[in-house]
Design a protein around this ligand. Structure first.
Ligand SMILES: NC(=O)C1=CN([C@@H]2O[C@H](COP(=O)(O)OP(=O)(O)OC[C@H]3O[C@@H](n4cnc5c(N)ncnc54)[C@H](OP(=O)(O)O)[C@@H]3O)[C@@H](O)[C@H]2O)C=CC1
Ligand SMILES: O=C(O)C1=N[C@H](C(=O)O)C[C@H](O)C1
Length: 248
């Protein structure tokens, strides 16, 4: 029998981490070698070839510094990646050209497709807004997925030479029109009972287009996470977005 990919999980007691532990245990080609959570000694990860991180935006950079310094590939779902953070990560990776890190704002196939469809639609509409809806235990707003979607829309608009659509609002209660990400309004809803949901709305002459994705259970993220673990071993450098691995 061939040995499986040795996988470690960071954030293993969290909502996503527990699902990852189950998914890795259920994968014939993987062996779970470490399950760590807040406060645990990272040295147990040295047995792993790939570590999956679903922790917290405040913790993920320290984790990645340790992983890259110890030659361990990483698959990261944790949110909070600014351009500055990505640059720092690239500089750590430069020291070991064989090492791969995959960061994906969303590992659910439908969410990746929804972002791609929104990117394609954006050049046809000046007006677009994003509504993301999540469970009320989520730490960050807007969601990483919604921020990424807004950036993709902003870039596509700029490439097409479009400016943001007309908005006659002159008086508003603070926050009523959402947050601006790359000139796209993003609205965040937090409610118990929800998991992870996103609507991207476009408005044009006498019509609207709505693209919606719903993650109804955290198992929706697992095929993408396992694909990431299998792929990162042969993808040196930094990859941002599962769309690159799905070849979309
Ligand atoms: N890319 C994607 O597809 C998805 C991304 N996410 C993102 O993943 C992240 C985690 O989400 P979720 O699982 O819901 O959050 P949880 O709060 O349920 O889980 C996070 C876990 O990480 C632990 N933790 C915190 N700091 C560290 C650390 N330094 N080392 C190891 N473990 C640590 C936490 O411990 P403690 O509670 O004690 O602090 C907790 O057990 C968020 O950023 C979320 O947005 C979520 C779903 C899908
Ligand atoms: O915290 C969550 O739950 C999720 N976080 C990610 C995000 O911020 O986009 C991915 C998904 O939306 C679930």
């Amino acid at each position: 029998m061939t040995a499986g990919i040795r996988v470690g999980v960071l954030g293993a007691r969290g909502r996503m981490g527990q699902e990852v532990v189950n998914a890795v245990n259920g994968a014939d080609d993987m062996d779970l070698v470490a399950e760590l959570d807040a406060g645990d000694d990272l040295s147990a990860l040295k047995q792993a070839q790939v570590v999956v991180d679903f922790t917290h935006p405040d913790a993920v950079m320290d984790n990645l510094e340790f992983l890259t310094a110890n030659g361990i590939h990483a698959v990261v779902g944790t949110t909070g990646f600014s351009g500055e953070r990505l640059e720092k990560l690239r500089s750590w990776l430069a020291a070991d050209p064989s090492l791969g890190v995959l960061i994906a704002p969303n590992f659910a196939l439908g969410a990746v497709l929804a972002m791609r469809f929104a990117q394609q639609a954006a050049r046809f509409y000046n007006s677009a807004e994003v509504i993301e809806l999540h469970h009320n235990r989520k730490a960050d707003a807007p969601s990483g997925t919604a921020a990424h979607t807004a950036r993709l829309i902003g870039e596509a608009r700029a490439e097409a030479g479009l400016s943001p659509g007309e908005d006659a609002t002159t008086s508003e209660v603070d926050g009523a029109r959402g947050a601006l990400v790359d000139d796209v309004r993003v609205h965040s809803v937090r409610l118990p009972g929800l998991v992870a949901h996103e609507e991207i709305l476009f408005g044009g002459e006498g019509e609207t287009l709505t693209i919606r994705h719903d993650s109804l259970h955290r198992t929706s993220f697992m095929p993408g996470v396992l694909l990431g673990v299998r792929s990162v071993l042969t993808r040196p450098g930094l990859t941002v977005g599962l769309e690159n691995i799905l070849d979309l």
